[in-house]
Design a protein around this ligand. Structure first.
Ligand code: ZN
Length: 302
């Protein structure tokens, strides 16, 4: 299972209908939180996200709409009795912010909280877990801001059951074949693994672009991605304002997805001035047909 669930799709100014940026990535049995705008823990409850399965948190940058929900979420995890460690990947200043909040309230978490600083000079691979690789890259924003590339490796080889039958391999052995083992028959005949399996399917790739102005330079990160999230704070008509504020428009996000040969695009981080989001979808689809609004509560399989 590799999927992303949208918890918030709005930009900085709060609205009653939408929440600031937060997304949950499900990678098999682990959950990863990407950005943690105000109220994210309530969105966990609303969409029945099991916070106990949370393993990593990635914070793109320190504009409040991307992390103001963090101290509340961490406090609640502590109150819920969390014991498992939690790792936060974020700009380095976040550690001091969280520690000050804990100090002033005399809070000591009962779980280990580890911070891994995101620094532009170290861009690239930052996490390699049992089935997931995560890389980060700088975007173009008013303060240091980072996008993330999540790649899930399918480790099991693809079984060809018809072939396995031809060589009289018992079904009970199929899982070993998927792990790459050969099969020795009772008559001494050795069945080579690659006669009955194919290599694992290629990695699935999800790219989260955080907040950014549009740039051709950024296209390469989404190359061949299965799913791309790009911000569209504004519709095309406000392209000038988008550039001034280091944000992007529908046309820019869709152009990036098209140039990158991505498979699917979802867009979010909408300015609070918009109440109807259908125009975002329409403008994107004119350029990149496989575009959708990142609706809160929606889950996109990667
Ligand atoms: Zn921002």
């Amino acid at each position: 299972m590799f999927a992303v669930t949208i918890l918030g799709n709005n930009s900085a100014l709060p609205t009653l209908e939408r929440h600031p940026t937060a997304q949950i990535i499900t990678c098999n049995d682990q959950l990863i939180l990407v950005d943690c705008g105000e109220g994210t823990q309530l969105q966990f409850a609303r969409y029945k996200i099991k916070s106990s399965r949370l393993r990593y948190i990635f914070i793109s940058h320190l504009h409040g709409d991307h992390y103001f929900g963090l101290i509340g979420l961490l406090n609640s995890l502590n109150l819920l009795g969390r014991k498992e460690p939690l790792t936060i990947f974020a700009p380095p200043e976040l550690e001091a912010i969280i520690q000050l909040q804990m100090q002033c309230s005399g809070t000591i978490f009962q779980f280990e909280l580890q911070f891994v600083p995101l620094l532009e000079e170290n861009q690239g691979l930052i996490l390699s877990d049992k089935d997931l690789n995560v890389s980060f890259f700088p975007t173009i924003h008013r303060i240091p801001c980072y996008g993330f590339i999540f790649e899930m490796q399918k480790r099991k080889r693809k079984l060809l059951p018809e072939q396995a039958k031809v060589y009289e391999i018992p079904a009970a052995y199929y899982s070993k074949l998927q792990e790459g083992a050969d099969y020795q028959r009772k008559d001494g005949f050795l069945v080579k693994n690659d006669w009955v399996t194919l290599p694992p399917p290629r990695e699935k790739k999800y790219v989260f672009y955080a907040d950014t102005a549009y740039s051709e330079e950024l296209v390469r990160f989404a190359h061949n991605a299965d799913l791309v999230y790009h911000e569209t704070t504004y519709l095309h008509a406000l392209a000038e304002r988008a550039a001034e504020r280091f944000h992007s428009t529908t046309v820019q996000a869709a152009t990036l997805a098209l140039k990158a040969h991505a498979h699917r695009l979802i867009v979010g981080h909408f300015s609070s001035k918009y109440t109807d989001l259908t125009c975002f979808e329409e403008e994107c689809r004119e350029i990149f047909p496989n575009s959708d609004v990142a609706t809160e509560g929606a889950t996109f399989i990667i």
